[in-house]
Design a protein around this ligand. Structure first.
Ligand code: CA2
Length: 150
């Protein structure tokens, strides 16, 4: 089971500003967290962050045939990016949307998620643990799909 973990714009700034919303932990802390969670779950993963919509789209396209699942926090592109929605739809890889905060409890403009429309699950407001929950969900889904195919 190989999972691609994608993070959108400004998430590399974690821990630098807005600790009340996103916590005090940094992006390298998130990388360590994902590494530990993946080892415990027994999944392989790659994790990438970009401030560019097109780069995220390209990584999603390149995931086709390589990864069994995508965990994506599109950050601000959540609320604007039909390009990321279309990319997720085009590769047909099971995807889970993750948000550190709960956008539904914040400003009105955060209440729509375009990429979320192509995801089989959304985990929001659980901080780093949301990524672990997303990976565990994809792992279980993968096992169930394989059992059905037998
Ligand atoms: O809660 C989330 O994970 C978000 O995806 C984070 C995005 C926001 O636009 C979404 O509505 C919800 C923002 C990521 C920016 O992260 C920062 C980190 C430190 C300082 C400032 C921003």
């Amino acid at each position: 089971m190989r999972i691609l973990v994608l993070n959108g714009p400004n998430l590399n700034m974690l821990g630098v500003r807005e600790p009340a919303i996103y916590g005090r932990q940094s992006y390298p802390d998130l990388e360590r967290y994902i590494c530990t969670a993946a080892r415990e779950l027994g999944v392989e993963y790659d994790m990438r962050q970009s401030n560019y919509e097109g780069e995220l789209v390209s990584w999603i396209q390149e995931a086709y045939g390589i990864y069994d699942g995508i965990v994506i926090n599109p950050a601000a592109y959540t609320h604007t990016s039909i390009a990321i929605l279309d990319a997720l739809k085009s590769v047909c890889i099971p995807a889970v949307e993750v948000h550190l905060s709960d956008p539904m409890q914040r400003e009105e403009f955060r209440r729509i998620s375009f990429p979320g429309m192509a995801c089989c699950k959304t985990v929001a407001g659980k901080g780093f643990d949301g990524y672990r929950e997303a990976m565990a969900f994809l792992m279980m889904r993968n096992i169930e799909m394989r059992m059905k195919q037998q």
